[in-house]
Write a protein that binds this ligand. Structure first.
Ligand SMILES: Nc1ncnc2c1ncn2[C@@H]1O[C@H](COP(=O)(O)OP(=O)(O)OP(=O)(O)O)[C@@H](O)[C@H]1O
Ligand code: SF4
Length: 271
């Protein structure tokens, strides 16, 4: 585990223009996938982006971006993010970079996790970032409360809720909606992930499972529905290989969906 930062300058999110939290009611619905693709698409839209992975129990973002061998270093202003590109348009900070043993986080007790979350919010040296995308742990836990407390002074734009067609029925997302209301976090919208299946042979999107639950829930809760991202084997491939889906499959229909989601986020009057 890397030593705590000896801070001499204000860092934190002071130079970050917009903060977007990505939440999901339960694990495995594609929260980290959505966080990563939103960050990559925002960069492609010309924004300077930060991606903060505070899913302490399962930091998967370094693998998804092929950054697993990287370690963060410190400067007087704080931890320096790992940059995906030499132009430094997408910087990533993840607990995965700080662990000697990738399984360490799983056994941490609450206070240690909460202290780490606060450090992540306050001690990373983001330099003039337009959008900071924060990948949070699944569910609603003490860690989420800590995140919200640590973010209070930075006034996050709001939350993107990720669900799957199957998860919407179980009530996990409803709890997430309640959490946002109780903590005063604006809901930017719901994304239904793994919604339909893109055939690798003909690129046709088939609805093998039910579809539309996310949109129905959004209507019911009077929050925006941002779109349906299908289960796309090309997306799985790019995540497995740690390559950018945006660069690997620029003509993909799935990418069009992600771009449409980004446009809605960018063009919100108050984001
Ligand atoms: N739309 C998609 N198309 C293809 N594969 C996907 C899609 N969304 C997610 N996956 C795959 O599903 C798996 C789980 O995704 P991911 O790690 O993003 O979920 P998560 O909600 O962040 O999980 P956790 O709760 O463990 O953090 C990953 O292997 C990812 O490659
Ligand atoms: S979508 Fe159906 S018809 Fe098209 S290639 Fe796939 S399996 Fe064949």
């Amino acid at each position: 585990m890397a030593a705590p930062v000896e801070q001499t300058h204000a860092s934190g999110l002071a130079s970050v223009k917009h903060v977007l939290l990505v939440l999901s009611g339960k694990g495995g619905v594609g929260k980290s996938t959505v966080s990563t693709q939103v960050a990559l698409a925002l960069r492609q839209a010309g924004k300077k982006v930060g991606l903060l992975d505070i899913d302490l129990c399962g930091p998967s973002i370094p693998k998804m971006l092929n950054l697993e061998s990287h370690e963060v270093h410190q400067c007087p202003e704080g931890w320096v993010p790992v940059y995906v590109d030499k132009e430094q348009r997408l910087g990533v900070m993840s607990i995965g970079f700080l662990l000697n043993n990738r399984d360490d986080a799983v056994v941490w007790r609450g206070p240690k996790k909460n202290a780490m979350i606060k450090q992540f919010i306050n001690d990373v040296f983001w330099q003039d970032v337009d959008y900071l995308v924060i990948d949070t742990p699944p569910g609603t836990s003490d860690e989420h409360i800590t995140v919200m407390e640590a973010l209070k002074e930075y006034k996050p734009d709001g939350a993107i809720l990720v669900t799957t067609p199957q998860a919407v029925a179980v009530g996990d997302v409803r709890r997430e909606l309640t959490f946002c209301k109780k903590t005063g976090l604006k809901i930017l919208g719901i994304i239904e992930n793994m919604s339909g299946y893109v055939c690798p042979h003909c690129s046709e999107c088939n609805n093998i499972f039910s579809k539309g639950g996310g949109e129905g829930l959004a209507q019911h809760a009077s929050v925006p529905f941002l779109g349906c991202i299908p289960f796309d084997p090309q997306l799985t491939q790019s995540l497995e290989e740690g390559k950018s889906f945006v660069d690997l499959f620029p003509q993909s229909q799935t990418l069009e969906v992600i771009r449409t989601i980004i446009e809605q986020l960018i063009n919100k009057p108050d984001t």
